[in-house]
Ligand binder design. Structure first.
Ligand code: M6R
Length: 358
């Protein structure tokens, strides 16, 4: 797709998401022998990354624990290497990075090496330092990402981690062959789902224009959508210089609810899933307290419409796959928020595409 079709790289990269997902489906769900053997040998997995890649690790922790039944930790790289983590036999360190060059993640690899731990790198650049220094790497193959804000590469990271989780799940007999096939089948429908959401980008833009005066945003999500809440908040901060905060839905009542009034906009991730009823109860309370709520919900959900000020619908999918779809409206929201303010959305102020100093 030519850059000239789009006003900037970030929009092009968001609109490339369906192709990225399609490519992942086409190129089968098989891993190389070395990747398979490292994964099989793991007794515990430790994800390490920064920024968006850390958010991919947050989701990775849930995927690995729920689909593969393997104990998993997730670290911000700069915290991992500033502390003295306790390692144990059978630990596998999985570093996640779009660039494969981020300073803190490279230092974390050094720490893992000193402790003789095997390292698997999930990177979007097969020639990067991380790809070279790891025992083995998985190329997320999202294609070159130029905009500073990561969008399609996050999608590809989630996909790689999901594939690792279902591979390990079957190996460890946490899921059956049939379940794995069902998950793969549902995954193959994601490109169409993503296309459907992108075709409604005008709805997100209208919503952004409607709430243009707001400067405080809570991104609220539970379980699989908790990492996505964090990612949505960071995307807004980095593109639009607005205050976005990721909040676990269940935590709202433990403090942040006090901030809720008509000046705060809550972006509520509430797909129809196993935690829907609990989420709805918190959403209703936020609304009662005077909060304006934009819900990201599953198509056909009429109930949520009664309580939210606006609803952005995503197509139906399996619960475990909902993050692949809920994140897209949040990326569009960040994009349009920057665009309507006239900011350089590809190159936000004070930021670099990758960080080379600790
Ligand atoms: O290249 P990496 O994935 O290692 O980069 C990590 C972060 O610097 C990066 O994800 C950053 O947070 C992005 N600007 C997010 O959009």
């Amino acid at each position: 797709m030519s850059r000239r079709t789009y006003p900037n790289f970030i929009l092009k990269e968001i609109f490339e998401i369906p192709e990225v997902l399609e490519k992942i489906c086409r190129e089968t769900f098989e891993f190389s022998g070395k990747v398979r053997s490292l994964l099989r040998g793991a007794r515990r997995v430790i994800f390490v990354g920064c920024g968006t890649s850390y958010h991919a690790g947050m989701l990775g922790q849930i995927f690995f624990e729920e689909l593969a039944g393997i104990p998993t930790l997730n670290f911000i790289a700069s915290e991992f290497n500033s502390r003295e983590p306790i390692f144990q036999k059978g630990d596998l360190v999985v570093v996640i990075s779009q660039s494969g060059e981020t300073a803190e993640t490279l230092v974390s690899m050094k720490l893992a090496r000193e402790n003789k731990l095997p390292i698997l790198a999930v990177v979007n650049n097969s020639k990067s330092s991380m790809a070279k220094r790891a025992d083995v790497f998985i190329d997320t193959a999202a294609g070159k990402e130029t905009a500073v804000a990561a969008t399609k590469s996050f999608m590809a990271q989630m996909a790689a981690i999901f594939r690792m989780a279902i591979f390990l799940g079957e190996q460890r007999r946490k899921i059956t062959f049939q379940t794995k096939a069902r998950l793969e089948q549902a995954f193959s429908k994601l490109p169409d789902g993503a296309r459907e959401i992108l075709s409604q980008s005008g709805v997100v833009k209208r919503m952004v224009l409607k709430y243009q005066k707001r400067r405080q945003f809570f991104f609220v999500g539970r379980k699989l959508n908790y990492p996505i809440a964090f990612e949505g908040a960071m995307k807004l901060k980095e593109t639009s210089y607005l205050h976005g905060e990721g909040v676990a839905t269940g935590e709202l009542r433990h403090g942040p609810m006090a901030m809720v009034d008509r000046n705060l906009l809550l972006i509520f991730l509430i797909p129809k899933d196993s935690v829907y009823e609990k989420n709805l109860s918190v959403l209703r309370e936020a609304r009662k307290n005077g909060g304006q709520v934009v819900a990201i919900a599953t198509e056909g959900d009429r109930v949520v419409k009664r309580y939210a000020s606006e609803v952005i619908y995503i197509p139906k999918t399996l619960e475990v796959l909902s993050p692949f779809l809920t994140v897209i409206p949040l990326q569009l929201l960040a994009y349009f928020s920057a665009e309507v303010r006239g900011y350089n959305v590809d190159k936000p102020r004070n930021l670099a595409k990758w960080v080379t100093t600790e």
